[in-house]
Design a protein around this ligand. Structure first.
Ligand code: PNS
Length: 166
């Protein structure tokens, strides 16, 4: 069984993340999408909301599982018996941070390798941060995120700002 972990904040999941998940699901027997608990980095969505939304977004992939984890990613990878960490690389600007993290993780646990997958070019400029900002300001995010996230973001921001209710 070749199992890979795809970690991230996923606040919220975008079409770029889903493209990476789809590619990984073709390469590995099982892909565990793992939402990192980071109390220092409060997100827009709670961890439970992110899990529920991600599950909905990947429900058509039978070999993809969604979980959350605490602590070091490499320890979580060992715990679930995965020897591969998947990360997406959108552009050169991602490289420095990803390279540092991959080498640090390899130093911590040598037998866990990081594999980089490139999402479709049309997603190279999509990020959760920009999607949230556009949604908050009432812009159209339909080509950047799955339908469940469009609905969830509308709901979040319409609560704060009734003017943005569609
Ligand atoms: O989607 P993100 O925010 O770019 O994901 C970053 C993430 C969650 C992969 C990274 O912060 C992480 O691995 N966190 C778990 C804690 C950990 O292992 N830190 C050491 C990394 S070298």
């Amino acid at each position: 069984m070749h199992r890979a972990v795809y970690p991230g904040s996923f606040d919220p999941v975008t079409n770029g993340h889903l493209d990476v998940i789809e590619r990984a699901s073709r390469l590995y027997d099982e892909v565990i999408v793992a939402i990192a608990h980071n109390e220092a980095k409060a997100g827009l969505f709670s961890f439970d909301e992110r899990v529920a939304l991600l599950k909905e977004a990947v429900e058509h992939h039978p070999n993809v599982r969604v979980t959350q984890f605490d602590g070091l990613l490499v320890n979580y990878a060992l715990e679930v018996n995965a020897r591969v960490i998947i990360r997406g690389l959108r552009a050169v600007s991602d490289f420095e941070y990803e390279f540092q993290m991959a080498l640090m993780n390899r130093k911590l646990v040598g037998e866990v390798e990081t594999m980089f997958l490139m999402p479709k070019e049309e997603y190279s400029y999509v990020s959760s941060r920009l999607v949230k900002e556009i949604a908050r300001l009432g812009g159209n995010i339909e080509s950047f995120v799955p339908d469940c996230i469009v609905r969830a973001l509308r709901e979040k921001f319409s609560k704060n700002n009734p003017r943005l209710t569609p």
